[in-house]
Design a protein around this ligand. Sequence first.
Ligand code: C2E
Ligand code: MG
Ligand code: MG
Length: 743
Amino acid sequence: MRALRINISYFSGGLIAALVLLMFIIWCVSLIVIVDRQNQQNAESFQRNWHAQVLQLQQNQKLWLRSQFYLINSMVKSPEDAGKFQSFLGNYYQRNPEIWAVSLINFSEQGRAVSRAQKPGCMQPKQVRRSDLTKFQIPKVTSCRVGEKVLLEVAGKVGTGKKASLLLISMDYFSFISRFSGLSYRNLQRISSDESGIQYEEFKPVGGNSQRVAIPMGDEFATYGQLHLYLPLHSFWELFSLQVLLVLAVLLSAAMLVFMLLHYQILKPLYHLVEQMRLTATSNQEIGDSEVEPLEPGLKVMQRYLDVLRKLARRDPVTGLSSRVIFEDRLSQAIRESKRDARKYALVLVDIHGLDEIAQLRGQFIADALLKKVAESMREGLRETDNIARFERNLFALLLGTLERGQLNTLIEKIYLSVTRRYQVHGREFNLSAGVGVSIYPDHAIDLESLYQKASEALVESEKSDWPIVFSLDADETTDTSGFSLIQGLRRAIDQHQLKLVYQPVVDLHGHETVYLEALLRWKDPKKHEVSIERTIKLAEQNNLIKPLTNWIFESACNFVKECGVYDIAVGINLSMIDLHDRQLPDRIEACLQKYSIRPAQIVIEITEGQIMQDPDEVIEVLAHLGVMGLSLAIDDFGTGQASLTYLKELPVEKLKIDQSFVKDIVSSDDDRLIVKATIELAHTLDLKVVAEGVETLEVYELLRDMNCDYVQGYYVSRPLETEKVTEWLEKIVKPTLVRKGR
Ligand code: C2E
Ligand code: MG
Ligand code: MG
């Protein structure tokens, strides 16, 4: 996976580099094309321009030559003027160096030319005759090449009649270029002369890149040569560096713009804010400075949030316990200190079970209230030096300075028992169970993380085992359960038959007969066990011990009935909530009845009202099954669990046992008396028999009889009896007065 990620990043890096390179190449190629096209266009327009200029020059040259002809012509009226003309020419050549020659051709009597020209020209005097003068009535411009020179010549007639002469003015064709073209005279050089003509060249520009442009020169009849000019070229590098500079300049200005924006819009106000806050903090002033005033509401809100966050970081909002952050800080501190004084610490993780289901069924509000109570219970069991925190949802952590291992076990069990009990929240009752994982510093780990890991592993282990408290184990360690007196003791008691049943009679108020004997659980050696039998049963429920316990109770009670040998004697057996969820329970009871040859009617099943209401639908199903089997059903502790009448009607119940909390005070409390009376009437309406529990005095006994109650149970009639005493009891015709006297 990692290699793949690296490859992908290499690949994308390479791709980006290739793209950048491609873009750079495209940029360079486009620059080359642009430069080339621009140079091409420049050369073409340069050539066009110069050609037009050359044509114009030629035109001007001809005009100038003609004007020279008329100028000289005006001076030569007759051959007599020749002397004057010669002296004029000396001066004239000096002023006009481009004039090659001026010739005046006179004719002899025979009409042949008599030349006065010293230099050769286009029209040699020898070739001209007087008769030719008619061709030159209008001065004619011709051109010719003489050696290495190209001459432009104007020939025209001067004078009239026999005295008519021919005036020839020749000029160097290229000399006008230097004179009239505006090209730099000094640099204009004649470089060669060949068949194609005479070539003039402008000096090459030094160093620069340039292109030669040839401009033809001549007239409509001939081309005499070329003018070579050098056009400076745009180079690629020139354009490239120009563009790079431009891009850099744009980037620089953009960066400066962004920086200025950042500086003025964000950084400056931020620096200002920081400075103001620093000043406020150091001067310890209230924020009221006019400059900071606009910030005041925002800062106060921030402060409030910070306070809340600080509180949240330190305390769990639901339970008020320390947060995980604080706990871990204390744990690290404890580890640091213990390195100096070699102390041991136990990290205990307690996971509360069943809270999520309660939150789903009853809402988070109830679950939170329960969590609060759990936290309170846990805190009560701790010493000043111990630390406790809620880690997350239903997980608590405790840091206990360790004692000797047995004592530590007792303390952890005490904490466990303080948590796993019955809670009353907003008028409802809830039972919670828990799992506990423990690791000890430095026995199991020497750093915070490993210690936490070991405790977590132990906690997971506790979920799997039927032992709710699990210590992290080293390879050579075995579980030391010496401190877990209660849970371990109960397990041992079930396995080793250290328990017993006592029987408390339920008697008929009118016939004074024993209706049935309620089996009540006892430790054989009660002095060793301080915990009440109700707590013991709860403990068994939370530790998977209820099934073997109920089995044992059934076996024991059935055995007792069989041993008793009284035909119609019945025993009452209390069932726990867990039993009522056990779908195999009816089969197990059936087997037990068969084993001891007991009729179903000899068993009265007692279930509390609260148990029915915890999960009415499921309980009704099991109870209906037991009812069909022929067992008698009684609702115990009636009045404490808010059972709905609807359920009462659905259940195959025969008896209602009014809870002793109502019965106890019926003599003194009008309310209780009313409740008991109403309950008796209600039960009778539903065709049920009523048992009053906790009858301790004759007054209560008699009042109940007056209220038409059916049966009673309580110390006034009899305390729970050991099995040996039961036979004795059964032999008597039970009369309350006799019982009282007999006690
Ligand atoms: P319970 O089923 O309502 O049992 C009656 C309780 O009231 C018994 O307490 C009994 O000793 C006590 N009692 C009877 N007459 C009087 C009286 O006149 N005054 C006072 N103050 N108390 C009286 P015990 O044996 O401690 O049992 C407490 C509860 O534990 C029982 O309430 C029952 O819910 C449960 N329990 C007892 N034995 C078993 C058992 O074998 N299995 C199950 N699942 N629960 C049992
Ligand atoms: Mg009972
Ligand atoms: Mg009861």
